[in-house]
Design a protein around this ligand. Structure first.
Ligand SMILES: C[C@](O)(CO)[C@H](O)COP(=O)(O)OP(=O)(O)OC[C@H]1O[C@@H](n2ccc(N)nc2=O)[C@H](O)[C@@H]1O
Ligand SMILES: Nc1ncnc2c1ncn2[C@@H]1O[C@H](COP(=O)(O)OP(=O)(O)OP(=O)(O)O)[C@@H](O)[C@H]1O
Length: 288
């Protein structure tokens, strides 16, 4: 057992630099090909060892569940039961990543709890087993254990290293419109559209094109999102502009590595898109 009794970690958001759906699988998931990258905006997770009992507290900019449906607490309970540990914990989550925004916030929190507990409790087990626990918690969780950009396949849990630097600029603008989109709903609507022959982009373009196949179903219901995307493209001519994951957030990447330019872009976007929109600049992390 280590002598540590407290650990504090950064749980970054991710963006999907393209998300292509290959097919619906027999288990209900979709076979994916998505390039994911961690970004500089993230939550904070603090864990303290206690003699007994589990205390879970959340604070920060957004409300998230305070019970065992919270992925951070779920990850801790899974870890303790998997390794048959009888230790107590105090977990404090500071929520900075908007929930339901396609930024993988819950998944990142879960991965941060798994790695923190492995360190704090000096568990010598292999990382492969931690990846298996991560995949039980959600398709995006293994990516956050990988801690660097990856081409994710399978249902998202198979991680392939990518050559760095990425073929995209690393400075960007992130817009969360102030409402969430449900991930199961987005995939379900995509499958319905595809069954009815309503999907125009899927498989008709090269699979490695930087497109997000979930935009079509999500944009058909949330009309503000294509408006924001078109506005960003027309105003600033970004190198890449896409919805992240299943939405609701939209990001744009810019060639200019100039803080003054980003400041102006944020001011302009905030003035035009209104105060309901949460707008931040970020950089892509090559490692965290
Ligand atoms: C949209 C993305 O964030 C892109 O990175 C992920 O694909 C979603 O990952 P996640 O939130 O970890 O998703 P999970 O918790 O595993 O799955 C939630 C639900 O989304 C749908 N789902 C998810 C992943 C996938 N490859 N196919 C799916 O159809 C399923 O209905 C599933 O029940
Ligand atoms: N620690 C957590 N942080 C955020 N949301 C959480 C957390 N735990 C559970 N949730 C629930 O999960 C839902 C999705 O949250 P999350 O922020 O992970 O979505 P997302 O980023 O859109 O997911 P995805 O991984 O599908 O892109 C929310 O509605 C929220 O109630």
């Amino acid at each position: 057992m280590s002598t540590l009794n407290y650990i504090n970690s950064f749980a970054p958001a991710k963006i999907n630099l393209g998300l292509r759906i290959l097919e619906k699988r027999k288990d209900g998931y979709h076979e994916l090909r998505t390039l994911m990258a961690p970004i500089s905006i993230g939550d904070k997770i603090e864990i303290e060892l206690l003699p007994k009992g589990i205390e879970f507290e959340t604070t920060g900019d957004f409300d998230v569940p305070k019970d065992s449906s919270n992925l951070a607490l779920k990850a801790a309970l899974l870890f303790l039961s998997h390794y048959k540990l009888k230790i107590g914990l105090r977990i404090k989550l500071t929520k900075i990543i908007p929930p339901g925004a396609g930024l993988g916030g819950g998944s990142s929190d879960a991965a941060a709890v798994l790695t923190s507990l492995k360190t704090l409790l000096s568990i010598e087990d292999s990382m492969d087993n931690l990846f298996r626990l991560a995949a039980q918690l959600g398709s995006d969780v293994p990516f956050f254990l990988f801690r660097k950009p990856a081409l994710c396949t399978g249902r998202g849990e198979i991680l392939n290293s990518v050559a760095l630097p990425l073929p995209y600029p690393t400075q960007g603008l992130l817009i969360y419109p102030g409402f969430p989109v449900s991930t199961p709903w987005a995939y379900k609507t995509y499958a319905e559209f595809r069954q009815k022959g309503l999907i125009s982009s899927s498989l008709t373009h090269e699979i490695d094109q930087p497109l997000n196949d979930l935009e079509e179903p999500v944009f058909s219901k949330y009309l503000w999102l294509p408006t924001v995307k078109n506005w960003l493209q027309n105003q600033f001519d970004p190198a890449l502009c896409l919805m992240s994951g299943s939405g609701s957030s939209i990001f744009a990447l810019f060639d200019k590595e100039d803080p003054l330019f980003m400041k102006k872009v944020i001011q302009h976007a905030q003035a035009h898109l209104g105060s309901d929109c949460w707008i931040r600049s970020f950089t892509i992390l090559e490692r965290f």
